[in-house]
Design a protein around this ligand. Structure first.
Ligand code: FES
Length: 334
């Protein structure tokens, strides 16, 4: 009989047979539990048993252990459905955190308020991440998140730094990057990337990016990654209040080559389509016959993302069809 296993706090689920150890069962579902000895000695895999019954070899489940209900998944077998608590576990496709000291190769203005930052990982060290994830620059004791604007697989990394004269930390970061040869970073972070189940999405089904300001960085990395898969139905809606926020010609170049459908949308650009919140969802609904077939990635602040989501839900989109970093740090009020 198969048992259902739930790992908290990440909410990971997998099935286990009564005759297999929990690490092997998790691995079948793509879940990686940290292990070393695999025979119950090192305790590196140690979890807390919150609920359920396990079968563990004699001497490997110590009720007098200082932790409450310690469980060693490498030698334990489920005898019922289980709930475990375990931190050292990676969800399917999740990449372990790395700390890397990057060379700062260049800080180049793209517009009055946006700079391109080019970083280079040390020789022999590749920064591992999924397109759409972000890093944290570790500067003067602070942690500053930036979406990685380039697709993975190279030593070079690109960031887009928005600088607001009213924002002291953006000026601090710019000054640091302009005057230091290296910067330390922690990566990868973030849950917005095209998961394996989404990669199985038909490469002709619409993948729609709706971005504001430097939210373009996230879309850029993901679109460049999709070019590798020859995804044939990519759309980008770059929504801004002012024309100068459209700081890159790259989307136009992609569109001219027929690689994406591009909709630059501002309120004061005579060449661009007129921006209004209504227009975004109406345009998408007009262009895409079957809204249930699309996946949406929204990049911007909470107000922007939720207004887009509200508008698209009115057209029949389900929230499960949309990804955004906002959903993790600013959940929708009930
Ligand atoms: S991996 Fe060593 S005790 Fe489980």
């Amino acid at each position: 009989m198969t048992h259902q296993i739930l790992i908290q706090p990440k909410g990971l689920r997998f099935e286990a047979q009564p005759d297999e150890d929990l690490i092997s069962a998790a691995a079948r579902a793509g879940i990686r539990i940290r292990k070393s000895c695999a025979n119950g000695n090192c305790e590196i895999c140690k979890a807390k048993l919150v609920a359920g019954v396990v079968n563990t070899p004699e001497g490997r489940f110590d009720a007098t252990h200082p932790d409450v209900n310690p469980l060693l998944p490498c030698v334990s077998r489920a005898q019922s459905d289980l709930i475990l608590e375990l931190d050292k576990v990676l969800a399917p496709g999740e990449i372990p955190l790395q700390h890397i000291a990057f060379q700062v190769q260049g800080v180049t203005p793209l517009s009055e308020h946006v700079y391109q930052v080019d970083l280079l990982a040390p020789a022999g060290k590749l920064a591992d991440y999924h397109a759409g994830q972000y890093l944290e620059l570790l500067i003067d004791g602070g942690e500053f998140p930036f979406t990685i604007a380039s697709a993975p697989g190279k030593r070079e990394l690109e960031l887009h730094l928005g600088v607001d004269p009213e924002n002291a930390s953006s000026l601090q970061i710019l000054k640091y990057l302009q005057s230091n040869p290296t910067v330390r970073a922690r990566l990868p972070k973030g849950d917005v990337w095209l998961k394996p189940e989404l990669n199985q999405l038909n490469l002709h089904d619409p993948l729609v990016f709706i971005v504001a300001g430097t939210g373009f960085a996230q879309a850029k990395a993901m679109i460049e990654e999709q070019f590798k898969h020859q995804h044939s139905a990519l759309s980008l809606y770059w929504v801004n209040r002012e024309a100068h926020s459209l700081y890159s010609d790259l989307p136009k170049q992609w569109a001219d080559k027929g690689l994406i459908n591009y909709h630059p949308m501002t309120s004061d650009c005579s060449d661009c389509e007129f921006f209004s919140k209504q227009t975004v969802q109406d345009k998408i609904a007009n262009e895409i016959n079957d809204i249930s077939s699309i996946q949406v990635v929204a990049c911007g602040g909470p107000k922007f993302v939720y207004s887009v989501l509200d508008g698209l839900e009115d057209k029949g989109l389900k929230q499960t069809q949309m990804q955004s970093d906002v959903f993790a740090y600013a959940p929708r009020p009930e």
